[in-house]
Design a protein around this ligand. Sequence first.
Ligand SMILES: [Zn+2]
Length: 522
Amino acid sequence: MQCIELSSTELDLVVLGALNSFMNLSSGKKRHRMCYFFRSVQVCKKTFLFVYGIGKYRLENLKAHLKRHGIAPRTHGNTARLPKNALAHETLNRAVTFVKNFASEQAVALPGRVPNFKNLKVQLLPSCESKASVWRRYIKASEENNLNAVSYTKFVALWNTLTPYIVIMTPASDLCSLCQLNNAKITKNVNVTEQEKLSCLRDQETHLHEAKTEREFMKTNIVACKEVLQGSDIDLLTGRPSCSFKGTVHYSYDYAQQVHIPSNPQQPGPIYFKTPRKCGLFGICCEGIPRQVNYLIDEAVATGKGANSTISYVHHFFSTHGAGETDVQINADNCGGQNKNNFVIWYYCWRVLCALHDSVLYSFLIAGHTKFSPDWCFGLIKQSFRRRYVSSLFDLMEAVDQSTITGVNISELCGLHDGTVKVPVYDWVTFLGPYFKKIPGISKFHHFRLTKEHPGVVFCRKLLSSEEIEFQILKDPNVRPPIQLPQQILPLGLDNDRKRYLFREIWEFCRPGTEDLVAPAP
Ligand SMILES: [Zn+2]
């Protein structure tokens, strides 16, 4: 009975031992007359198979193995050899790269935007695509380039194991997770009692009401901002001194999916197998004008999406594009995690302490219901991007600047192809860290208010309908951070491997004349 608990190899050895004790191997005969014993009692073959829990084929194989090798563990004949149907590593790699590139070009939603997908890496493809449609594109591109391709089944298996964070949206996944869950409970589930359905209905009502109220609040602020800016010559094209404009201005900001350079809509195939030069996009929108300043962050000057980069772009915006308003309202995407949110609030607190703003209101929309102006502006940029051959940062600037006739989108280069920094990133976190402390339980709040009347105090609110809770975030209210810029963080730039790769693989895809910008000789 213990035989069932043994591993296959262990059982092999037990049976080999049992066979060995009564099989006469010295005779040299080809066939052996076998007697079977179990605990020193002779038994028939059937009983022997039964007590060891093995089949007759396994027994025959073991006998043959015993004659040839003695009591030694059997190894599977196929362990050292690759099976005939195994694909070359390169072919597999190409399929995975294809999926990744396709996703980074086509993905619609932004990381962290959809709450069912907690993974920040997640990329959502529009629901008009399917794995099969992506595979067909892949096959087509492979054929055009005479490259081996993997089957549909293998393609899907690779996708699921290596890039599970690339997901195709179901037509309903623009609903947030809570909405979906509630809707499913109310409509589909027959096992839910009427009482439960009723309470679910009430929950959903409250949830939608909250989402709506928060959005209405943002809309009201935007309308008010429009009125404030009407008649002024504020256009975000030139910066204005801080607090030179008495009034409240509303901004929204967010990151977009990065774009690839070069990108040629006429020749989409072969470059899908490569990793072209990447450029990040960070947009700050003033709906009251309306205008969005888009920071183009080439990979040669990128320092990540952390708090330091975000704060530095926002800081650059206030000093070189901002309306110079006394009071500011900001909506941002709540996807950076609590640390990042704390650091950003430290920065706004610093601004108020330094008299760069009289008051700041920093808000998030309800998760899953966060579609706002930057998304709309990024959409226009993507459309414009897909219409032209973009083969340098300057082409990308043009794609941004010409994405609307009225000039809603304007571009701001964070750096040049050669790594020259135009918009410096500062180490705000290290600079502010000694003066500020974190807000306990920050993730449950949606609104943070700071005013010059209460230096160092943050008024936090869970929702508009909730009570304000105040926190003093200065470690020592008598010690304030200085009015100066932190240490600059220098980008690492492209490493030698990446430079060589760009030159070797991407050079040929650049429009003549732009090769030395995008993929210069290392
Ligand atoms: Zn919802």
